[in-house]
Design a protein around this ligand. Structure first.
Ligand SMILES: Nc1ncnc2c1ncn2[C@@H]1O[C@H](COP(=O)(O)OP(=O)(O)OP(=O)(O)O)[C@@H](O)[C@H]1O
Length: 363
């Protein structure tokens, strides 16, 4: 019996990739379909890293194609290729970095830095090349969170800085350059200038994603950064109480105003699970993050519990994703990371990156 290729295509169109929310055909992930008698080979190329989910994704595709009449065997190959995606109009990409993702919050103390570092490590665990820029100029916490206190970046050429590597992630922070005990009393323009310099004068080495841990809030510095840093998208972190959500809404609006897509919202401290009795309580309320996402038609990426483990591990310089990589919480961060990267993958590609300026020489 001859296998109908249209039916294979239709079967592939029926499988939704949980990380992009789109089917494999619409997300342009199918590179090749080969039919040999009753055997079908499908080459899938993901636009995001998904090391911990490869078997599951392969199984999804295998099952769908296996149901097509006449198919007796299915072989699915899965590869990942992360490319550069579009940024704000008129803003140039940064050398050595394909996609920059801002992690922001409407107000301080909601767990933005904790989320940023765990997201960066989760993307790396899924197989991507990742960097993190600590742009939280008034309270740089990444050196401590990555166990790099006191570390100083080298500058082999006296002009640019080499990022410091921790757990496979390239890190740069204003905290490496100034004494973190000294409060920084820089005026806005100086702070933004320093941050832009830190971003552009670091030798990022071939990154798929650079996570920027933004300063909290939606003031001048944040607005200038979100306008001038070439951002593929932004992730907004909030806690579920009304007052935090109000500020998170301002964060969403700020990025929308400057043409930066919101990749989604992470609700931190969503739920408290008592370490003694296991009782679950919604200390800060429930459903607020989801409602905000529904109102704005943006993605709710997931929630993290209020859990002592998250605090003790990140404060001790070994964030949960590396301290307990197989635990439930690391699994939540990895799921959020895959959704963030999946959401980036289905955005328009950046053609300027793919085709660098071509100089035509007249001879
Ligand atoms: N889900 C969580 N469960 C328990 N503790 C948490 C959680 N998230 C963050 N924390 C703790 O809360 C404190 C503040 O977190 P973090 O520094 O990430 O917040 P932030 O929003 O970046 O703050 P800032 O606005 O000051 O930069 C840290 O001590 C961190 O360990």
């Amino acid at each position: 019996m001859e296998i109908d290729r249209d039916q294979i295509q239709a079967a592939l169109k029926n499988v939704v990739d949980p990380n992009t929310g789109k089917d494999f055909v619409s997300s342009r992930s199918i590179r090749d379909v080969a039919v040999d008698g009753s055997k079908v080979t499908v080459a899938v190329e993901l636009g995001y890293p998904a090391r911990s989910q490869e078997d599951a994704l392969r199984a999804l595709v295998t099952e769908a194609v296996g149901q097509v009449a006449g198919v007796t065997a299915v072989d699915v190959t899965l590869t990942t290729k992360v490319v550069a995606h579009a940024v704000q109009h008129g803003v140039k990409l940064l050398a050595g970095v394909k996609n920059i993702i801002a992690v922001a919050s409407g107000k301080g103390g909601v767990g933005k830095s904790t989320t940023a570092v765990n997201l960066a490590l989760a993307l790396a665990a899924e197989g991507a090349r990742v960097g993190i820029l600590d742009a939280d100029i008034y309270g740089p916490s990444q050196p401590q969170m990555l166990g790099l206190q006191g570390a100083q970046p080298a500058s082999p050429d006296g002009k640019t800085l080499t990022p410091i590597e921790a757990f496979g992630v390239q890190a740069m922070s204003i905290g490496f350059l100034v004494d973190v005990e000294t409060p920084m009393v820089w005026r806005g323009p100086m702070a933004t200038q320093a941050l832009k310099q830190l971003l552009t004068e670091t030798n990022w080495a071939d990154l798929d994603y650079l996570i920027v841990d933004m300063p909290p809030g939606t003031g001048d510095i944040q607005l200038t950064l979100s306008q001038s840093v070439p951002l593929t998208g932004a992730v907004v972190v909030t806690t579920p109480q009304d007052i935090a959500l109000l500020d998170a809404r301002k964060g969403v609006k700020m990025f929308e105003k400057v043409g930066v897509p919101i990749l989604g919202v992470v609700e931190n401290m969503s739920l408290h699970i008592c370490s003694n009795c296991g009782h679950e309580s919604h200390i800060f309320g429930t459903g607020g993050g989801q409602k905000m996402c529904d109102d704005y038609n943006i993605a709710f990426l997931g929630g993290l519990p209020l859990d002592m483990q998250i605090r003790t591990e990140v404060d001790a310089g070994r964030p949960t994703v590396v301290a307990e990589p197989d635990g439930r919480i690391a699994g939540l961060y990895r799921e959020i990371a895959r959704k963030v990267a999946g959401s980036v993958a289905i955005r328009a590609k950046n053609m300027t990156h793919k085709f660098p300026n071509i100089v035509v020489q007249n001879t």
